[in-house]
Design a protein around this ligand. Structure first.
Ligand code: AMP
Length: 453
Protein backbone atom coordinates (compact mmCIF):
# COMPACT_ATOMS: atom_id res chain seq x y z
CA UNK A 1 0.00 0.00 0.00
CA UNK A 2 1.92 2.95 -1.22
CA UNK A 3 -0.89 5.49 -1.08
CA UNK A 4 0.46 7.22 1.97
CA UNK A 5 4.04 7.44 0.86
CA UNK A 6 3.19 8.79 -2.56
CA UNK A 7 1.30 11.65 -1.04
CA UNK A 8 4.02 12.35 1.47
CA UNK A 9 2.37 10.63 4.41
CA UNK A 10 4.82 9.73 7.11
CA UNK A 11 4.59 5.95 7.31
CA UNK A 12 6.07 3.96 10.16
CA UNK A 13 7.75 0.66 9.45
CA UNK A 14 6.34 -2.47 11.06
CA UNK A 15 9.40 -2.86 13.27
CA UNK A 16 8.91 0.68 14.52
CA UNK A 17 5.30 -0.22 15.25
CA UNK A 18 6.35 -3.33 17.14
CA UNK A 19 8.79 -1.27 19.17
CA UNK A 20 6.07 1.25 19.96
CA UNK A 21 3.79 -1.51 21.20
CA UNK A 22 6.57 -2.85 23.40
CA UNK A 23 7.34 0.53 24.91
CA UNK A 24 3.89 1.89 25.52
CA UNK A 25 1.78 -0.20 27.77
CA UNK A 26 -1.07 2.01 28.88
CA UNK A 27 -3.52 4.51 27.45
CA UNK A 28 -1.96 7.10 29.75
CA UNK A 29 1.40 6.56 28.06
CA UNK A 30 -0.24 7.39 24.77
CA UNK A 31 -1.31 10.75 26.12
CA UNK A 32 -4.92 9.86 26.86
CA UNK A 33 -6.36 11.99 29.62
CA UNK A 34 -7.30 10.44 32.99
CA UNK A 35 -11.06 10.51 32.65
CA UNK A 36 -10.87 8.68 29.32
CA UNK A 37 -8.31 6.21 30.68
CA UNK A 38 -10.88 5.40 33.35
CA UNK A 39 -13.54 4.92 30.70
CA UNK A 40 -11.25 2.45 28.87
CA UNK A 41 -10.63 0.66 32.12
CA UNK A 42 -14.34 0.33 32.76
CA UNK A 43 -14.78 -1.23 29.33
CA UNK A 44 -12.10 -3.75 30.26
CA UNK A 45 -9.58 -2.22 27.87
CA UNK A 46 -6.45 -2.79 29.95
CA UNK A 47 -3.84 -2.01 27.32
CA UNK A 48 -4.18 -0.27 23.99
CA UNK A 49 -4.27 -2.39 20.83
CA UNK A 50 -1.59 -1.99 18.15
CA UNK A 51 -3.58 0.40 16.01
CA UNK A 52 -4.42 2.45 19.09
CA UNK A 53 -0.72 2.64 20.02
CA UNK A 54 0.03 3.78 16.49
CA UNK A 55 -2.78 6.19 15.83
CA UNK A 56 -3.74 7.81 19.14
CA UNK A 57 -0.51 9.77 19.84
CA UNK A 58 -0.40 11.00 16.25
CA UNK A 59 -4.06 12.03 16.33
CA UNK A 60 -3.58 13.75 19.69
CA UNK A 61 -0.83 15.82 18.10
CA UNK A 62 -3.46 17.13 15.72
CA UNK A 63 -2.31 15.22 12.62
CA UNK A 64 -4.56 13.66 10.02
CA UNK A 65 -4.41 9.87 10.13
CA UNK A 66 -4.76 7.04 7.64
CA UNK A 67 -5.27 3.94 9.75
CA UNK A 68 -4.86 0.61 8.06
CA UNK A 69 -5.78 -2.11 10.49
CA UNK A 70 -7.35 -5.54 10.54
CA UNK A 71 -10.99 -5.92 11.38
CA UNK A 72 -11.54 -6.20 15.12
CA UNK A 73 -8.28 -4.43 15.87
CA UNK A 74 -9.76 -1.67 18.01
CA UNK A 75 -10.05 0.87 15.18
CA UNK A 76 -13.05 2.61 16.69
CA UNK A 77 -11.21 3.36 19.92
CA UNK A 78 -8.26 4.60 17.87
CA UNK A 79 -10.32 7.42 16.40
CA UNK A 80 -12.92 7.90 19.14
CA UNK A 81 -10.48 8.57 21.99
CA UNK A 82 -8.60 11.45 20.28
CA UNK A 83 -11.92 12.99 19.24
CA UNK A 84 -13.34 12.76 22.76
CA UNK A 85 -10.16 14.22 24.18
CA UNK A 86 -10.26 17.16 21.77
CA UNK A 87 -13.91 17.64 22.66
CA UNK A 88 -13.00 17.80 26.35
CA UNK A 89 -10.41 20.47 25.58
CA UNK A 90 -12.71 22.60 23.44
CA UNK A 91 -16.32 21.64 24.05
CA UNK A 92 -18.51 22.30 21.05
CA UNK A 93 -21.71 20.96 19.51
CA UNK A 94 -21.61 19.25 16.08
CA UNK A 95 -17.96 18.55 16.71
CA UNK A 96 -17.33 15.33 14.80
CA UNK A 97 -18.83 13.36 11.94
CA UNK A 98 -18.18 9.67 11.39
CA UNK A 99 -19.18 8.32 7.98
CA UNK A 100 -19.66 4.61 7.66
CA UNK A 101 -21.06 2.44 4.86
CA UNK A 102 -23.63 0.38 6.74
CA UNK A 103 -26.35 1.13 9.24
CA UNK A 104 -25.32 -1.59 11.66
CA UNK A 105 -21.77 -0.25 11.80
CA UNK A 106 -23.11 3.20 12.54
CA UNK A 107 -24.97 1.90 15.61
CA UNK A 108 -21.95 -0.10 16.70
CA UNK A 109 -19.67 2.94 16.48
CA UNK A 110 -22.14 5.10 18.35
CA UNK A 111 -22.27 2.51 21.14
CA UNK A 112 -18.50 2.75 21.53
CA UNK A 113 -18.58 6.56 21.53
CA UNK A 114 -21.24 6.49 24.19
CA UNK A 115 -19.46 3.90 26.30
CA UNK A 116 -16.22 5.87 26.18
CA UNK A 117 -17.83 9.28 26.46
CA UNK A 118 -20.70 8.76 28.89
CA UNK A 119 -18.75 10.06 31.89
CA UNK A 120 -18.02 13.30 30.05
CA UNK A 121 -21.61 13.70 28.84
CA UNK A 122 -21.07 13.12 25.14
CA UNK A 123 -24.17 13.11 23.03
CA UNK A 124 -24.21 11.16 19.79
CA UNK A 125 -26.81 10.71 17.08
CA UNK A 126 -27.03 8.02 14.45
CA UNK A 127 -28.28 9.20 11.08
CA UNK A 128 -28.98 6.29 8.75
CA UNK A 129 -31.54 5.26 6.18
CA UNK A 130 -34.54 3.10 7.00
CA UNK A 131 -35.46 5.21 10.02
CA UNK A 132 -37.97 8.03 10.30
CA UNK A 133 -36.38 11.32 9.14
CA UNK A 134 -38.55 13.45 11.40
CA UNK A 135 -37.16 12.01 14.62
CA UNK A 136 -33.68 12.34 13.15
CA UNK A 137 -34.32 16.03 12.40
CA UNK A 138 -35.36 16.53 16.01
CA UNK A 139 -32.21 14.81 17.23
CA UNK A 140 -30.09 16.98 14.95
CA UNK A 141 -31.85 20.11 16.23
CA UNK A 142 -30.47 19.24 19.66
CA UNK A 143 -27.00 19.53 18.15
CA UNK A 144 -25.22 16.38 19.32
CA UNK A 145 -21.46 16.39 19.71
CA UNK A 146 -20.89 13.45 17.40
CA UNK A 147 -22.92 12.33 14.39
CA UNK A 148 -22.44 8.84 13.04
CA UNK A 149 -24.00 8.56 9.63
CA UNK A 150 -24.33 6.71 6.39
CA UNK A 151 -23.63 9.20 3.59
CA UNK A 152 -26.98 9.15 1.76
CA UNK A 153 -29.20 9.99 4.71
CA UNK A 154 -26.79 12.63 5.97
CA UNK A 155 -26.91 14.42 2.62
CA UNK A 156 -30.68 14.23 2.78
CA UNK A 157 -30.61 16.13 6.09
CA UNK A 158 -27.99 18.58 4.90
CA UNK A 159 -30.25 19.44 1.98
CA UNK A 160 -33.64 19.31 3.66
CA UNK A 161 -33.42 19.83 7.40
CA UNK A 162 -33.81 23.49 8.21
CA UNK A 163 -31.12 24.91 10.46
CA UNK A 164 -28.83 21.88 10.19
CA UNK A 165 -25.34 22.40 8.87
CA UNK A 166 -21.85 21.14 9.58
CA UNK A 167 -20.00 24.42 9.09
CA UNK A 168 -18.34 24.23 12.53
CA UNK A 169 -17.21 20.60 12.23
CA UNK A 170 -13.77 19.85 13.66
CA UNK A 171 -13.32 16.13 12.88
CA UNK A 172 -14.29 13.96 9.94
CA UNK A 173 -13.82 10.20 10.18
CA UNK A 174 -14.33 7.80 7.31
CA UNK A 175 -14.67 4.33 8.72
CA UNK A 176 -14.30 1.51 6.18
CA UNK A 177 -12.85 4.31 4.10
CA UNK A 178 -12.29 2.29 0.95
CA UNK A 179 -16.00 1.50 0.82
CA UNK A 180 -16.98 5.09 1.56
CA UNK A 181 -14.71 6.23 -1.23
CA UNK A 182 -15.93 3.86 -3.88
CA UNK A 183 -18.37 4.77 -6.60
CA UNK A 184 -21.50 3.94 -4.59
CA UNK A 185 -21.01 6.91 -2.31
CA UNK A 186 -19.06 9.26 -4.59
CA UNK A 187 -21.76 11.87 -5.13
CA UNK A 188 -22.79 11.94 -1.48
CA UNK A 189 -19.24 12.17 -0.18
CA UNK A 190 -18.46 14.99 -2.61
CA UNK A 191 -21.51 16.88 -1.38
CA UNK A 192 -20.51 16.39 2.25
CA UNK A 193 -16.91 17.48 1.64
CA UNK A 194 -18.19 20.69 0.04
CA UNK A 195 -20.17 21.79 3.08
CA UNK A 196 -17.74 20.98 5.89
CA UNK A 197 -14.78 23.20 6.77
CA UNK A 198 -11.47 22.47 5.06
CA UNK A 199 -9.86 23.43 8.31
CA UNK A 200 -10.60 20.21 10.19
CA UNK A 201 -8.93 16.96 11.12
CA UNK A 202 -9.58 13.92 8.93
CA UNK A 203 -9.14 10.28 9.91
CA UNK A 204 -9.47 7.44 7.40
CA UNK A 205 -9.74 3.94 8.79
CA UNK A 206 -10.05 0.65 6.97
CA UNK A 207 -8.82 -2.91 6.85
CA UNK A 208 -8.41 -2.68 3.10
CA UNK A 209 -7.65 0.39 1.06
CA UNK A 210 -8.04 1.03 -2.61
CA UNK A 211 -6.13 3.49 -4.73
CA UNK A 212 -9.10 5.81 -4.29
CA UNK A 213 -7.54 6.78 -0.98
CA UNK A 214 -4.98 8.71 -2.98
CA UNK A 215 -7.81 10.63 -4.55
CA UNK A 216 -9.18 11.56 -1.18
CA UNK A 217 -5.80 12.52 0.14
CA UNK A 218 -5.60 15.12 -2.60
CA UNK A 219 -9.10 16.28 -1.85
CA UNK A 220 -9.09 16.43 1.88
CA UNK A 221 -6.15 15.16 3.89
CA UNK A 222 -3.41 17.44 5.14
CA UNK A 223 0.01 15.94 5.65
CA UNK A 224 -1.41 12.67 7.02
CA UNK A 225 0.45 10.04 8.98
CA UNK A 226 -0.14 6.51 7.82
CA UNK A 227 -0.53 4.07 10.69
CA UNK A 228 -0.49 0.52 9.39
CA UNK A 229 -0.47 -2.45 11.67
CA UNK A 230 -0.69 -4.80 8.72
CA UNK A 231 1.04 -3.67 5.58
CA UNK A 232 -0.50 -6.25 3.27
CA UNK A 233 -3.88 -7.88 3.14
CA UNK A 234 -3.92 -10.25 6.01
CA UNK A 235 -6.19 -12.62 7.72
CA UNK A 236 -5.52 -13.32 11.37
CA UNK A 237 -3.26 -16.19 12.36
CA UNK A 238 -5.78 -18.05 14.48
CA UNK A 239 -8.17 -18.37 11.58
CA UNK A 240 -8.22 -21.78 9.90
CA UNK A 241 -9.35 -21.24 6.33
CA UNK A 242 -10.72 -24.03 4.16
CA UNK A 243 -12.54 -24.46 0.89
CA UNK A 244 -14.79 -27.17 -0.50
CA UNK A 245 -15.07 -27.85 -4.21
CA UNK A 246 -18.56 -29.10 -4.98
CA UNK A 247 -21.15 -29.21 -7.77
CA UNK A 248 -23.40 -26.15 -7.62
CA UNK A 249 -26.60 -28.21 -7.45
CA UNK A 250 -25.60 -29.83 -4.14
CA UNK A 251 -24.64 -26.63 -2.31
CA UNK A 252 -27.57 -26.82 0.09
CA UNK A 253 -26.83 -30.42 1.05
CA UNK A 254 -23.18 -29.63 1.70
CA UNK A 255 -24.20 -26.67 3.83
CA UNK A 256 -26.47 -28.84 5.96
CA UNK A 257 -23.73 -31.47 6.26
CA UNK A 258 -21.21 -28.88 7.52
CA UNK A 259 -23.69 -27.35 9.96
CA UNK A 260 -24.30 -30.83 11.38
CA UNK A 261 -20.61 -31.67 11.49
CA UNK A 262 -19.77 -28.47 13.33
CA UNK A 263 -22.93 -28.43 15.48
CA UNK A 264 -22.65 -26.43 18.68
CA UNK A 265 -20.76 -23.57 17.02
CA UNK A 266 -22.17 -20.24 15.95
CA UNK A 267 -22.08 -19.53 12.24
CA UNK A 268 -22.20 -16.59 9.90
CA UNK A 269 -23.16 -17.66 6.41
CA UNK A 270 -22.64 -15.20 3.57
CA UNK A 271 -24.85 -15.24 0.48
CA UNK A 272 -24.57 -13.00 -2.55
CA UNK A 273 -28.16 -11.77 -2.78
CA UNK A 274 -30.97 -10.78 -0.44
CA UNK A 275 -33.15 -13.41 -2.05
CA UNK A 276 -30.71 -16.26 -1.55
CA UNK A 277 -30.11 -15.14 2.04
CA UNK A 278 -33.82 -15.28 2.74
CA UNK A 279 -34.27 -18.56 0.91
CA UNK A 280 -31.40 -20.26 2.68
CA UNK A 281 -32.61 -19.02 6.06
CA UNK A 282 -36.04 -20.52 5.37
CA UNK A 283 -34.50 -23.75 4.14
CA UNK A 284 -32.38 -24.16 7.26
CA UNK A 285 -35.25 -23.34 9.55
CA UNK A 286 -37.34 -25.95 7.82
CA UNK A 287 -34.63 -28.40 8.77
CA UNK A 288 -34.74 -27.34 12.41
CA UNK A 289 -31.73 -25.00 12.58
CA UNK A 290 -32.02 -21.73 14.49
CA UNK A 291 -31.15 -19.51 11.53
CA UNK A 292 -31.92 -15.85 11.06
CA UNK A 293 -31.44 -13.57 8.02
CA UNK A 294 -29.87 -10.11 7.73
CA UNK A 295 -30.06 -8.30 4.41
CA UNK A 296 -30.89 -5.01 2.76
CA UNK A 297 -34.48 -5.82 1.89
CA UNK A 298 -35.43 -6.08 5.56
CA UNK A 299 -36.63 -3.06 7.51
CA UNK A 300 -34.05 -1.45 9.76
CA UNK A 301 -35.85 -2.71 12.87
CA UNK A 302 -35.79 -6.28 11.63
CA UNK A 303 -32.12 -5.96 10.70
CA UNK A 304 -31.19 -4.78 14.17
CA UNK A 305 -33.51 -7.41 15.67
CA UNK A 306 -31.75 -10.20 13.74
CA UNK A 307 -28.34 -8.94 14.70
CA UNK A 308 -29.25 -8.62 18.36
CA UNK A 309 -30.76 -12.11 18.49
CA UNK A 310 -27.61 -13.53 17.01
CA UNK A 311 -25.39 -11.46 19.30
CA UNK A 312 -27.40 -12.61 22.31
CA UNK A 313 -26.90 -16.21 21.09
CA UNK A 314 -30.65 -16.75 20.80
CA UNK A 315 -29.90 -17.87 17.23
CA UNK A 316 -26.84 -19.86 16.23
CA UNK A 317 -26.80 -19.10 12.51
CA UNK A 318 -26.82 -15.64 10.94
CA UNK A 319 -27.30 -15.61 7.18
CA UNK A 320 -26.24 -12.36 5.62
CA UNK A 321 -25.33 -10.47 2.50
CA UNK A 322 -22.21 -8.34 2.47
CA UNK A 323 -24.18 -5.75 4.44
CA UNK A 324 -22.77 -7.63 7.44
CA UNK A 325 -19.31 -8.40 6.11
CA UNK A 326 -17.55 -5.34 7.38
CA UNK A 327 -16.55 -4.25 10.80
CA UNK A 328 -19.41 -5.77 12.78
CA UNK A 329 -18.15 -6.84 16.16
CA UNK A 330 -19.74 -10.12 17.20
CA UNK A 331 -17.14 -11.80 19.37
CA UNK A 332 -18.59 -15.30 19.40
CA UNK A 333 -18.68 -16.20 15.69
CA UNK A 334 -16.91 -19.55 15.43
CA UNK A 335 -17.34 -20.33 11.76
CA UNK A 336 -17.78 -18.17 8.68
CA UNK A 337 -19.20 -19.93 5.64
CA UNK A 338 -18.93 -18.32 2.23
CA UNK A 339 -21.95 -20.09 0.82
CA UNK A 340 -21.75 -17.86 -2.25
CA UNK A 341 -18.18 -16.92 -3.04
CA UNK A 342 -17.55 -13.15 -2.84
CA UNK A 343 -17.24 -11.48 -6.24
CA UNK A 344 -14.76 -8.94 -4.90
CA UNK A 345 -11.80 -10.69 -3.33
CA UNK A 346 -11.41 -8.02 -0.68
CA UNK A 347 -14.86 -8.86 0.66
CA UNK A 348 -13.39 -12.27 1.49
CA UNK A 349 -11.02 -10.63 3.97
CA UNK A 350 -13.87 -8.70 5.54
CA UNK A 351 -16.18 -11.70 5.73
CA UNK A 352 -13.69 -14.10 7.32
CA UNK A 353 -12.70 -11.28 9.65
CA UNK A 354 -16.04 -11.84 11.42
CA UNK A 355 -14.46 -14.80 13.18
CA UNK A 356 -11.18 -15.41 15.04
CA UNK A 357 -11.54 -11.99 16.65
CA UNK A 358 -9.73 -10.68 19.69
CA UNK A 359 -7.29 -13.57 19.93
CA UNK A 360 -9.92 -16.34 19.65
CA UNK A 361 -9.66 -19.04 17.02
CA UNK A 362 -12.12 -19.54 14.21
CA UNK A 363 -12.79 -21.34 10.96
CA UNK A 364 -13.86 -20.25 7.53
CA UNK A 365 -15.14 -22.50 4.77
CA UNK A 366 -15.58 -21.20 1.24
CA UNK A 367 -17.89 -23.02 -1.17
CA UNK A 368 -16.33 -23.22 -4.61
CA UNK A 369 -18.50 -24.58 -7.42
CA UNK A 370 -17.62 -25.24 -11.02
CA UNK A 371 -18.48 -21.59 -11.73
CA UNK A 372 -16.30 -20.06 -9.02
CA UNK A 373 -12.83 -21.38 -9.72
CA UNK A 374 -11.43 -18.14 -11.10
CA UNK A 375 -12.82 -16.04 -8.25
CA UNK A 376 -11.37 -18.50 -5.76
CA UNK A 377 -7.95 -18.32 -7.38
CA UNK A 378 -8.09 -14.54 -7.07
CA UNK A 379 -8.82 -14.86 -3.35
CA UNK A 380 -5.89 -17.22 -2.85
CA UNK A 381 -3.69 -14.79 -4.73
CA UNK A 382 -4.84 -11.87 -2.58
CA UNK A 383 -4.21 -13.61 0.73
CA UNK A 384 -0.99 -15.12 -0.60
CA UNK A 385 -1.67 -18.72 0.33
CA UNK A 386 -3.27 -21.93 -0.91
CA UNK A 387 -6.13 -23.11 1.25
CA UNK A 388 -6.65 -26.74 2.28
CA UNK A 389 -9.89 -28.59 1.47
CA UNK A 390 -12.30 -29.10 4.36
CA UNK A 391 -12.50 -32.87 5.06
CA UNK A 392 -15.88 -34.38 4.20
CA UNK A 393 -17.63 -37.71 3.82
CA UNK A 394 -19.34 -37.38 0.42
CA UNK A 395 -21.61 -40.41 1.03
CA UNK A 396 -23.02 -38.76 4.15
CA UNK A 397 -23.75 -35.61 2.18
CA UNK A 398 -25.63 -37.60 -0.44
CA UNK A 399 -27.75 -39.21 2.23
CA UNK A 400 -29.09 -35.74 3.08
CA UNK A 401 -30.27 -34.83 -0.40
CA UNK A 402 -33.82 -36.11 -0.06
CA UNK A 403 -34.60 -34.24 3.14
CA UNK A 404 -32.91 -31.14 1.77
CA UNK A 405 -34.95 -31.31 -1.43
CA UNK A 406 -38.18 -31.34 0.58
CA UNK A 407 -37.02 -28.38 2.68
CA UNK A 408 -36.06 -26.53 -0.53
CA UNK A 409 -39.53 -27.08 -1.92
CA UNK A 410 -41.16 -25.67 1.22
CA UNK A 411 -38.72 -22.74 1.33
CA UNK A 412 -39.58 -21.85 -2.28
CA UNK A 413 -43.24 -21.91 -1.42
CA UNK A 414 -42.69 -19.70 1.62
CA UNK A 415 -40.64 -17.23 -0.39
CA UNK A 416 -43.44 -17.00 -2.93
CA UNK A 417 -45.98 -16.44 -0.17
CA UNK A 418 -43.84 -13.74 1.38
CA UNK A 419 -43.47 -12.04 -2.00
CA UNK A 420 -47.21 -12.05 -2.53
CA UNK A 421 -47.89 -10.76 0.98
CA UNK A 422 -45.35 -8.02 0.52
CA UNK A 423 -46.84 -6.95 -2.75
CA UNK A 424 -50.32 -6.81 -1.28
CA UNK A 425 -49.13 -4.87 1.77
CA UNK A 426 -46.69 -2.79 -0.24
CA UNK A 427 -44.40 -3.24 2.70
CA UNK A 428 -40.68 -3.84 2.79
CA UNK A 429 -40.40 -5.94 5.93
CA UNK A 430 -39.30 -9.54 5.89
CA UNK A 431 -41.70 -12.10 7.22
CA UNK A 432 -39.54 -15.06 7.94
CA UNK A 433 -41.03 -15.89 11.30
CA UNK A 434 -44.59 -15.47 10.05
CA UNK A 435 -43.84 -17.64 7.06
CA UNK A 436 -42.44 -20.31 9.30
CA UNK A 437 -45.76 -20.28 11.12
CA UNK A 438 -47.56 -20.83 7.81
CA UNK A 439 -45.12 -23.57 6.92
CA UNK A 440 -45.65 -25.30 10.21
CA UNK A 441 -49.33 -25.49 9.45
CA UNK A 442 -48.67 -26.76 5.93
CA UNK A 443 -46.28 -29.41 7.21
CA UNK A 444 -48.79 -30.59 9.78
CA UNK A 445 -47.18 -28.70 12.67
CA UNK A 446 -44.32 -31.17 13.06
CA UNK A 447 -42.21 -28.53 14.75
CA UNK A 448 -43.17 -26.15 17.53
CA UNK A 449 -44.48 -22.84 16.27
CA UNK A 450 -41.94 -20.14 17.06
CA UNK A 451 -42.80 -16.83 18.63
CA UNK A 452 -43.01 -13.89 16.24
CA UNK A 453 -40.33 -11.16 16.65
P1 AMP B 1 -13.22 -2.43 16.49
O1 AMP B 1 -12.01 -2.89 15.70
O2 AMP B 1 -13.21 -0.97 16.76
O3 AMP B 1 -14.50 -2.91 15.88
O4 AMP B 1 -13.13 -3.11 17.95
C1 AMP B 1 -13.24 -4.47 18.14
C2 AMP B 1 -13.51 -4.82 19.60
O5 AMP B 1 -12.35 -4.61 20.39
C3 AMP B 1 -14.62 -4.00 20.28
O6 AMP B 1 -15.45 -4.91 20.97
C4 AMP B 1 -13.92 -3.12 21.26
O7 AMP B 1 -14.71 -2.90 22.40
C5 AMP B 1 -12.70 -3.94 21.60
N1 AMP B 1 -11.53 -3.13 21.98
C6 AMP B 1 -11.12 -1.99 21.42
N2 AMP B 1 -9.99 -1.55 22.01
C7 AMP B 1 -9.67 -2.46 22.96
C8 AMP B 1 -8.59 -2.57 23.90
N3 AMP B 1 -7.63 -1.67 23.98
N4 AMP B 1 -8.59 -3.64 24.73
C9 AMP B 1 -9.56 -4.58 24.65
N5 AMP B 1 -10.60 -4.53 23.78
C10 AMP B 1 -10.66 -3.48 22.94
Amino acid sequence: MAAGEEEGAAARTESESEAAVEELRSFKDLGVTDVLCEACDQLGWKVPTKIQVEAIPVALQGRDVIGLAETGSGKTGAFALPILQALLETPQRLFALVLTPTRELAFQISEQFEALGSSIGVQTTVIVGGIDTMSQSLALAKKPHVIIATPGRLVDHLENTKGFNLRALKFLVMDEADRILNMDFETEVDKILKVIPRDRKTFLFSATMTKKVQKLQRAALKNPVKCAVSSKYQTVEKLQQYYIFIPSKFKDSYLVYILNELAGNSFMIFCSTCNNTQRTALLLRNLGFTAIPLHGQMSQNKRLGSLNKFKAKARSILLATDVASRGLDIPHVDVVINFDIPTHSKDYIHRVGRTARAGRSGKSITFVTQYDVELFQRIEHLIGKKLPAFPMQEEEVMMLTERVAEAQRIARMELREQGEKKRSRNDNDDDTEEAIGVRNKVAGGKKKKRKAF
